[in-house]
Design a protein around this ligand. Structure first.
Ligand SMILES: [Cu+2]
Length: 176
């Protein structure tokens, strides 16, 4: 992940898979190694929840007050508009129209889903056998699948490619 709003102090990991491997076949992966980060740890409080976020002039609006519960699939409805107010046109990026990355406050719990174009064969989101892929068939509209394993405060980073801009919009979700 990268982009403004997410990481002002950005870091990156270069991954060099062993052997011959096709990046298009890597759908979802996690790093299972410790990364040592130098310097003092200064935890930052989460900002207060906002229904809209503006990133690079693009406006992300979350509709309604989602009632999210652990282990129950739900869908969040977003509208994304460009600086001119027109609905955003999502460019498929790493197999999906949008990537939704969830982190739980106070833990390393992590969850990742995709918003898929209609008929996109390699676009999936699975959690324990449950399919929670979101969809978008209309410019500017995203339906984001959520299925988190435990209650708490979750940070959602919604990431998509629009007009050549990689946009990362941060939201806060309360899950009971
Ligand atoms: Cu993804």
């Amino acid at each position: 992940m990268r982009g403004p709003g997410l990481l002002d102090r950005c870091w990156a990991i270069r991954i060099e898979p062993k052997g011959v491997i096709s990046w298009s076949r890597i759908e979802n992966f996690q790093l299972f190694t410790r990364v040592e980060v130098k310097g003092a740890y200064t935890p930052q409080p989460l900002p207060s929840p906002e229904q809209t976020q503006t990133v690079d002039g693009y406006r992300f609006a979350l509709h309604g007050e989602p009632r999210l519960r652990a282990i129950q699939a739900a869908f969040l409805s977003f509208t994304v508009t460009g600086p001119n107010g027109a609905p955003a046109r999502f460019t498929p990026w790493y197999g999906a129209l949008a990537h939704a990355i969830f982190f739980r406050k106070g833990s390393l719990d992590y969850f990742h889903t995709h918003v898929c174009a209609p008929g996109a064969p390699n676009c999936t989101s699975l959690l324990g056998g449950a399919k929670v892929t979101g969809t978008s068939s209309t410019p500017g509209k995203l339906s984001v699948g959520v299925l988190v394993p435990v209650a708490g405060t979750w940070r959602l980073f919604l990431q998509c490619l629009v007009d050549g801009h990689i946009l990362t919009a941060p939201f806060i979700l309360r899950v009971r």
